[in-house]
Design a protein around this ligand. Structure first.
Ligand code: ADP
Ligand code: MG
Length: 685
C-alpha cells in the first residue's frame, strides 16, 4: 500500500549508499542529490562516515528516525535492516532495489515474504524488490538513467520490469515526453501495478494530478482490480495506455472444444483493456507514441488536415490515417483557392496541403490560421516540417509553437530532422512540446487513441431468464459435461433459441420422433464429445429406411448412449463459446462458425458481464461481418438476434459461474432466426 512517506518523504536513507557510482547504492544516492531532494538524506555504510557529502551511519540502529529507506544491499541482509528500520526508526516506506528474492527461487521467496511481513506489520509501503526504484516530483529514487524531465502533468509510468522501464524512457525522453512519477514494482512483493493504479485513483486530484498513465505489465495478477481503477481513472479524465507482454500462454491449453482452442488469456487481456478504455500497446516506441498523443488535446473528430513541405511523408501519413479509420478530406476548391494564391506557385491545397520545400515560416502560420478559420471540414492538423539542411528552421518552429498555443484545433507536430535540425527540434521541445519524428507512428497512434472508447456506465439487459431452473439444474449435476436434457433445460431457461430435439434409445422411439418432427432430419450420437469426428452426425435423413440404417450403424459407435434427432435446418453457421480464464473470470467468444474458425480466428471476445449493445458492437467488428450482413445477392443473418443470444450467455454465466466451458457451435442463422443446433456445457463446482 502506497503512503505519503513513499511519495513525499521528509527524510530518506540509502542503505548501501557509497561513493561508487558504478553501483546501484552509489548511483541512487547521486541521483537523489542531483535531483535536489529537500529533506534529510542519510546513508548506511559501515565503511564510511560520509558518502557523497551525506552523513553515513555504520548500521540502522544508529540512524535517526527516517521516513523512507532505499535498500541496495544483498538480499540476505535485508530482513535485519528492515526489522530495525520498521520497528525502531518509524520508517514507513521501503524501496528495495536488490535482486536475489523470489525471482531466484524458494530461498529468496522466504526472505521476500519475511520482509513483506515486517513492513505490513507497521502498515508500511514496499516497492520492489528487484526494480529500478521510484521517481516522484520530490526525489529521484532510481539508480538508472535517463532521468526524464519531471512535470506534475507529465506521464505517470508504472512498470513491471525495471530494465524495460529504462528502455521505454529511452524511447520517450528524446521526443520530449515528460514524466510525473515512475514506479518500478519489481517482484511486486507487496505492491503491484494494480495497487499503484489503485493509489492513483484514490488520491486523484482534478487540479493537480497527472492525467496520463502508462503501464508495462508482464502479468496481470488482479484483473478485476486493474479494470476497476483504470475505468475509474478514465472516467475522471485520465488516459491510459499499457503494454501487456507474453501473449502465448494459450498454446499449452488442452483444446477440448473450439472455445478452448480459440480463447486465450491474451484475448481476455484485449477484452479487459477494451472494457477499461485502455489503449493496448505492443512495444516501447508504441507506448511512447501513444503517451505522447495523450499530451495533446483529444481529437473531437476524425478529419485531419496534413500541412507539409514534403510530399512523401504526407502520403505515408495519409495512408496510415486512412488505414486507421481517420480521414484526410479534400478541401473545396473555392475555400482552397485564396490560400493557394498566397503560397508559392506549385503548392497544393487539396489536402495534404503541400507548401513546398521552399515554404516559409510565415506561410506556415497563414496555413494554420486558414485551416482554423476557414476550413470547417477539418478537426485537427498534423504539421510535417523538417529540413534538408540548407538553412535553419528556428523561425518555422517558433511560428508552430505560437500557433499551437492558441489553436482551437489540435496540432500535432512531425519534425523529422532530429539530427540536421537537432538544435531547432530541441528548442521546440524545450518549450514544452512533444515531437513525433515519424509520421506513420503518429498516424497509427492517433487512430488507435481515437477509436478507444471510454468506459460507459454499464446497463444490464434485464432479459427474462429463469434463474431458478438454471440453479436447480446446476445444483443437481455432477462435474463434467452435461447431458443433452440438462443442456436443453438450461438453454430454454436462459432464453437461448435452440433446435427442437429428442433423444431416442430405441429404433421405435427414433422412428416415431422423426415422424412427429417431419423429415428431413439430422441424427447425432449422444455420448462422444466430438460427434462428427467419430462419424456420429448424419445430416438430411429423408425417410424411415435411411433412419433405420443409420440408427443401427450409429448405435455401435463407441461411447454412444442414445441418438439425438433434430430437424434439418438451413442457415449460416455462427459460433458462441465461453471459457473461464484464471483470475479474469468468464470470457465469451463469438464469430462465424464452420470449419475454418480455428484457422481464421475471426472471433471477438467480451469479458462477463456485458450487454447486448456491447455484443452487437463487437459483432460489427468481425472481419466476416459483411458476410453476416449479406454479400453478392446472399441473404444475411439477423445480427440483433445473434447479439441477444451472445448477451444472454453473459447473464447465464453470472447466474451459473460453475459453467467453466460452453460451446454453441454452430448456431444456424438467417434473417428471421438464430438457432443453436449443437451445445456443450462443462461445469466444475
Ligand atoms: P459436432 O460438433 O460434435 O461434430 P454438430 O452437432 O455440431 O456436431 O454437427 C456437425 C455439423 O453438422 C455442424 O457444424 C453443422 O454444420 C451440421 N449440423 C448439425 N446439426 C444440424 C442441423 N440440425 N441442421 C443442419 N445442419 C446441422
Ligand atoms: Mg458442433
Amino acid at each position: 500500500m502506497i503512503n505519503e512517506q513513499l511519495i513525499n518523504p521528509k527524510s530518506i536513507v540509502v542503505v548501501g549508499g557509497s561513493n561508487e557510482l558504478k553501483k546501484p547504492g552509489g548511483k541512487v544516492l547521486y541521483n537523489i542529490i542531483r535531483g535536489g531532494f529537500k529533506g534529510n538524506l542519510y546513508a548506511i555504510n559501515p565503511k564510511e562516515t560520509e558518502v557523497q557529502g551525506v552523513k553515513s551511519y555504520a548500521n540502522a540502529a544508529e540512524l535517526p528516525e527516517t521516513d523512507l529507506a532505499i535498500l541496495a544491499i544483498p538480499a540476505a541482509f535485508t530482513v535485519e535492516t528492515v526489522e530495525i528500520l520498521a520497528k525502531q526508526k518509524n520508517t514507513k516506506a521501503f524501496i528495495i532495489l536488490s535482486a536475489g528474492f523470489s525471482e531466484v527461487g524458494d530461498e529468496g521467496k522466504l526472505i521476500e515474504d519475511k520482509v513483506v511481513e515486517i513492513i505490513n506489520s507497521v502498515d508500511g509501503a514496499l516497492i520492489g524488490p528487484n526494480g529500478i526504484g521510484v521517481l516522484t516530483q520530490n526525489y529521484h529514487g532510481v539508480f538508472t538513467e535517463p532521468i526524464p524531465a519531471l512535470d506534475p502533468k507529465g506521464a505517470d509510468f508504472i512498470s513491471g520490469s525495471g530494465a524495460t522501464a529504462v528502455f521505454i524512457l529511452e524511447s520517450a525522453v528524446p521526443n520530449g515526453l515528460s514524466f510525473s512519477r515512475i514506479f518500478s514494482v519489481g517482484n511486486s512483493a507487496q505492491t503491484g501495478v494494480e495497487e499503484v493504479l489503485e493509489y492513483m485513483d484514490e488520491t486523484f486530484d482534478p487540479e493537480k494530478s497527472s492525467r496520463i498513465k502508462l503501464l508495462y505489465l508482464e502479468n496481470i495478477d488482479k484483473p478485476q482490480k486493474l479494470l476497476k481503477h483504470a475505468q475509474s481513472l478514465i472516467q475522471k479524465g485520465c488516459r491510459i495506455a499499457a503494454i501487456k507482454s507474453g501473449s502465448s500462454e494459450a498454446g499449452s491449453r488442452a483444446a477440448s472444444s473450439h472455445t478452448g482452442a480459440l480463447s486465450s488469456s491474451d484475448a481476455a487481456v484485449d477484452a479487459l483493456f477494451r472494457k477499461a478504455g485502455i489503449v493496448r500497446c505492443y512495444g516501447r516506441n508504441d507506448l511512447a507514441a501513444i503517451g505522447s498523443v495523450f499530451t495533446y488535446p483529444e481529437l473531437t473528430g476524425k478529419r485531419i488536415a496534413i500541412i507539409t513541405h514534403a510530399g512523401g511523408p504526407a502520403v505515408m501519413l495519409t495512408d496510415a490515417l486512412s488505414a486507421g479509420g481517420l480521414e484526410v478530406p479534400a478541401i473545396e476548391p473555392q475555400k482552397a483557392e485564396p490560400l493557394k494564391a498566397r503560397l508559392f506557385p506549385g503548392s497544393s491545397v487539396a489536402n495534404p496541403i503541400d507548401f513546398l520545400a521552399t515554404g516559409t515560416a510565415e506561410q506556415l502560420g497563414d496555413i494554420i490560421d486558414t485551416v482554423n478559420h476557414d476550413f470547417d471540414n477539418i478537426d485537427a492538423m498534423v504539421v510535417i516540417f523538417g529540413t534538408p539542411g540548407l538553412f535553419k528552421v528556428f523561425d518555422a518552429y517558433d511560428v508552430l509553437h505560437q500557433k499551437m498555443k492558441q489553436s482551437p484545433k489540435p496540432i500535432y507536430p512531425v519534425l523529422p530532422s532530429i539530427t540536421v535540425a537537432g538544435d531547432e527540434v530541441k528548442a521546440f521541445i524545450d518549450k514544452g512540446h512533444v515531437n513525433f519524428p515519424d509520421e506513420v507512428i503518429l498516424g497509427d497512434a492517433l487512430a488507435r487513441v481515437f477509436h478507444t472508447t471510454k468506459p460507459q456506465n454499464f446497463e444490464s439487459d434485464n432479459f427474462d431468464i429463469d434463474a431458478k431452473t438454471i440453479r436447480e439444474v446446476i445444483d443437481n449435476s455432477e462435474n463434467g459435461y452435461l447431458a443433452p436434457e440438462k443442456i436443453q433445460a438450461i438453454l430454454d431457461a436462459a432464453g437461448i433459441s435452440r433446435a427442437k430435439e429428442t433423444t431416442a434409445v430405441t429404433l421405435d422411439g427414433a422412428l416415431s420422433a422423426a415422424e412427429n418432427m417431419g423429415y428431413p432430419i439430422v441424427m447425432k450420437v449422444v455420448g462422444p464429445v466430438h460427434k462428427s469426428d467419430v462419424g456420429g452426425v448424419v445430416l438430411g435423413i429423408k425417410n424411415a429406411n435411411q433412419l433405420e440404417d443409420e440408427f443401427i450403424r450409429m448405435s455401435r459407435i463407441k461411447g454412444t448412449t442414445g441418438i439425438l434427432l433434430q430437424p434439418f435446418l438451413a442457415g449460416k453457421e455462427l459460433f458462441v463459446g465461453a471459457s473461464h480464464e484464471d483470475k479474469f473470470g468468464h470470457t465469451v467468444l463469438f464469430g462465424m462458425g464452420g470449419i475454418f474458425i480455428e484457422i481464421l480466428k475471426d472471433v471477438r471476445t467480451e469479458l462477463v458481464p456485458f450487454n447486448k449493445q456491447q455484443a452487437l458492437e463487437q459483432i460489427r467488428l468481425l472481419k466476416s461481418y459483411p458476410i453476416l450482413e449479406g454479400v453478392r445477392g446472399q441473404k444475411g443473418i439477423n445480427s440483433d438476434m445473434f447479439a441477444e443470444n451472445v448477451a444472454r450467455i453473459s447473464t447465464l454465466l453470472e447466474i451459473a459461474p460453475e459453467i467453466k466451458e460452453m460451446d454453441l457451435n454452430p448456431l444456424l442463422g438467417d434473417e428471421k432466426k438464430v438457432i443453436a443446433v449443437d451445445a456443450r456445457i462443462r461445469i466444475e463446482k
